[in-house]
Unconditional design. Structure first.
Length: 538
C-alpha cells in the first residue's frame, strides 16, 4: 500500500500530474495494491484475479482504439476533449433517469446498476461516433466497430466491480482507486469518469462546473448510484488498511483542495471556481466611429453559431478547412473599405498566422517528447481561471482614456498573464519527467512572443473601435484550428465564448482589454450572451 500512497502524495500538486503518474506507473501500482489485497483477504483471490484480468482487457482494447484513431488521421486529443464535455451531459441524463439509490436486494441492485451502465455506455458510444464521423475520416459503422471492444470490456468490467463491492463493501474504496489507476488515461479516464472513477469532485454542490472546457463531474453521485454510498467513517474503521482508504478520499477531494490552495512554486493564487458577477454594461466609446465593416454570414456561422458547447468540434473541423480563408476574406474587405489601414491589417494578419504556426510547432514537440498534450491542455485550462482572478485583483481599474497610457496599462496585463501561463506550462511539462525547466521555457518562448506581439496590436482597436467585431472574429477564425493548445491560453485574453455559471468573465475582458469599445448590440456582445445561454443549459 505504501507504493500507492507514495505515487499519489509525490504527484499530488496538481491533479493533472496525478493523471500523469497514473499513466506512467498506474498498472504496476494497481497490481501491487491488488496483490496486497489478496494477501490480506485470501478468500477473494479468484475474484481479484478475475477483476484484474478484465481491467487489463480494457487497457488493451483502449490501446487498440487509440491506435485505430491515429491510423485514421483522427487526433485522440480532439476525441478526448469532446468526450470530456459530453461526460457532464451524460451524468445529467443518468441523474434524471435513475434518480433512486441502488436497491438493497443484491439481484435487483445488479439489474438496476447494469441498466445504468448500459445507458451510460450507449451515450458515450454516440458521442464517440459523432466526433469520429465529424472528422470526415470514419463512417458511423466503422466508428461503432472501433468502439465496440472497449464498450464490451468496460460493461463486463464494471459489472464485475459492482458484484465484487456488493459482496465486499468494505473494499469499495481500494477497488475504485485501482480503477482510476488504469493507464490510457487520455481515452479511458473520461469514459470511467462517468462512472465516478476520477480524482474530480464537485465544487460547492455544482454538478458540472466549467473552467473553460474543464468539467468537474459529481463523483459522489456516480459512485453512489453505481456502487453504493461511500462511508469514510465506516471505511476507516474497517479491516481495510487506513492508507488505502485515505488514498481514495484524497483522490476524491484533491481537486477542491488543490484549487483552494496556493501553488507554492509559482505563487499563483488559485480559486475554487471563477467568481460570479453580473455582466458589465460596456461604457460608451470615447472615440469617434466610422461605419462598421459588415461581418460575413459565413464567419458568424463558424464562430458564433457553431462554436458552441455541443458543436465545438464540428466547428473546429469546419474552421480547419474554412477558418483561415474566412479571416483572410474579412480582413481583405477591411483593407478595401479602409485603404489607409491596409498595412496595419496585413501586420495583424501576419502576427496571428505566426501564433498558429508556433502553436502547431509546440504541440509537435510535446508529442515527440512523449508529453500528452491532453494533460497540458487540462492543466492550463484550470490555471486560466486562476490567472484571470489574479489579473482581476491586480488590475482592478478600467482602461485609461488616454491612448498611450491605455496601451501601457494593457501591455502590463498581457505581460503578467503570459508570465503566469508560462509558469503553468513549465510546471506541467517538468512534472511529466520528460522536460527540464529550461527546455520547457524554450519550447513556450516562440508562442509567448507571438501572442504578446499579436495582442499588443489591440492598440489598433483603440484607434478604430468600429472594427472591433471584425478583428475579434478574424482572430478567432485564425486560432480555432489549433484551439486545443491555444484555447486555454487565449481564454485569458478574452478570445472565445467561455463564461462560468451565473456570470461572465467576457464582461471583465471587454472593460479591461477593449475599454468598453464594443457596443451592447454588437457581435461580440451577442457572442457573449450566446455563450452564456449554452453554459446555463448544462
Amino acid at each position: 500500500m505504501r507504493s500507492l500512497l507514495s505515487a499519489i502524495h509525490f504527484f499530488l500538486p496538481p491533479s493533472s500530474s496525478i493523471n500523469s503518474s497514473a499513466k506512467e506507473n498506474g498498472e504496476v501500482t494497481a497490481a501491487s495494491v491488488l496483490k496486497d489485497l489478496v494477501n490480506q483477504y485470501p478468500g477473494i483471490t479468484d475474484q481479484v484475479q478475475h477483476f484484474q484480468g478484465h481491467f487489463n482487457k480494457i487497457i488493451e482494447d483502449a490501446k487498440d482504439l487509440k491506435r485505430e484513431l491515429v491510423e485514421n488521421n483522427i487526433d485522440p486529443t480532439v476525441v478526448h476533449d469532446y468526450l470530456t464535455r459530453e461526460a457532464a451531459n451524460i451524468v445529467e441524463t443518468l441523474r434524471k433517469e435513475f434518480d433512486k439509490p441502488l436497491p438493497d436486494e443484491l439481484v435487483e441492485r445488479a439489474r438496476y446498476r447494469n441498466q445504468m451502465i448500459s445507458k451510460a455506455l450507449d451515450c458515450l458510444e454516440d458521442a464517440f461516433v459523432f466526433i469520429c464521423v465529424q472528422s470526415g475520416h470514419l463512417s458511423e459503422q466503422d466508428a461503432r466497430r472501433i468502439f465496440a471492444p472497449v464498450k464490451r470490456a468496460i460493461q463486463d468490467g464494471l459489472s464485475i466491480v459492482g458484484d465484487f463491492v456488493d459482496k465486499h463493501p468494505e473494499l469499495t474504496e481500494v477497488i475504485s482507486a485501482v480503477c482510476f489507476l488504469v493507464p490510457q488515461s487520455s481515452i479511458l479516464h473520461l469514459i470511467l469518469f462517468v462512472f465516478g472513477f476520477s480524482p474530480a469532485s464537485p465544487l460547492k454542490g455544482i454538478l458540472s462546473s466549467i473552467v473553460f472546457g474543464t468539467y468537474f463531474i459529481d463523483a459522489d453521485y456516480a459512485i453512489s448510484r453505481f456502487f453504493g454510498r461511500l462511508d469514510p467513517k465506516q471505511t476507516l474503521g474497517s479491516p481495510l488498511p487506513v492508507p488505502a482508504a485515505r488514498y481514495w478520499l484524497t483522490l476524491k477531494h484533491s481537486e477542491s483542495t488543490l484549487i483552494a490552495a496556493t501553488n507554492p512554486k509559482f505563487a499563483l493564487n488559485a480559486i475554487a471556481i471563477c467568481k460570479s458577477s453580473p455582466p458589465a454594461t460596456p461604457a460608451a466609446s470615447p472615440f469617434s466611429a466610422r461605419a462598421p465593416v459588415p461581418v460575413p454570414e459565413a464567419a458568424l456561422d463558424v464562430v458564433s453559431a457553431k462554436w458552441s458547447r455541443s458543436l465545438s468540434f464540428k466547428a473546429i473541423h469546419i474552421a480547419k478547412v474554412k477558418g483561415e480563408a474566412i479571416a483572410a476574406s474579412v480582413l481583405k474587405d477591411v483593407a478595401n473599405q479602409h485603404p489607409d489601414l491596409a498595412d496595419q491589417v496585413q501586420n495583424f494578419q501576419g502576427h496571428f498566422s505566426k501564433i498558429v504556426e508556433y502553436a502547431e510547432g509546440m504541440k509537435r514537440e510535446l508529442v515527440k517528447l512523449n508529453i500528452d498534450p491532453t494533460l497540458v491542455h487540462d492543466y492550463i485550462s484550470r490555471e486560466a481561471a486562476n490567472i484571470v482572478e489574479n489579473l482581476k485583483a491586480e488590475f482592478n481599474k478600467p482602461l485609461p482614456d488616454e491612448l498611450v497610457e491605455r496601451a501601457r496599462y494593457r501591455n502590463q496585463m498581457i505581460a503578467k498573464a503570459l508570465d503566469h501561463l508560462e509558469y503553468a506550462f513549465v510546471y506541467i511539462c517538468v512534472q511529466s519527467g520528460h522536460l527540464s525547466e529550461e527546455d520547457a521555457r524554450r519550447i513556450f518562448a516562440p508562442v509567448k512572443k507571438a501572442i504578446q506581439d499579436g495582442l499588443f496590436h489591440r492598440d489598433f482597436v483603440d484607434k478604430h473601435p468600429e472594427l472591433t467585431e471584425v478583428i475579434v472574429i478574424s482572430a478567432v477564425c485564425f486560432l480555432i484550428p489549433e484551439s486545443f493548445i491555444l484555447r486555454p491560453i487565449l481564454f485569458v485574453f478574452g478570445f472565445g465564448p467561455a463564461g462560468p455559471l451565473k456570470g461572465s468573465l467576457a464582461a471583465w475582458f471587454q472593460s479591461r482589454f477593449w475599454g468598453g469599445a464594443v457596443a451592447k448590440s454588437s457581435w461580440f456582445a451577442y457572442f457573449q450572451r450566446a455563450a452564456m445561454k449554452v453554459v446555463v443549459k448544462i
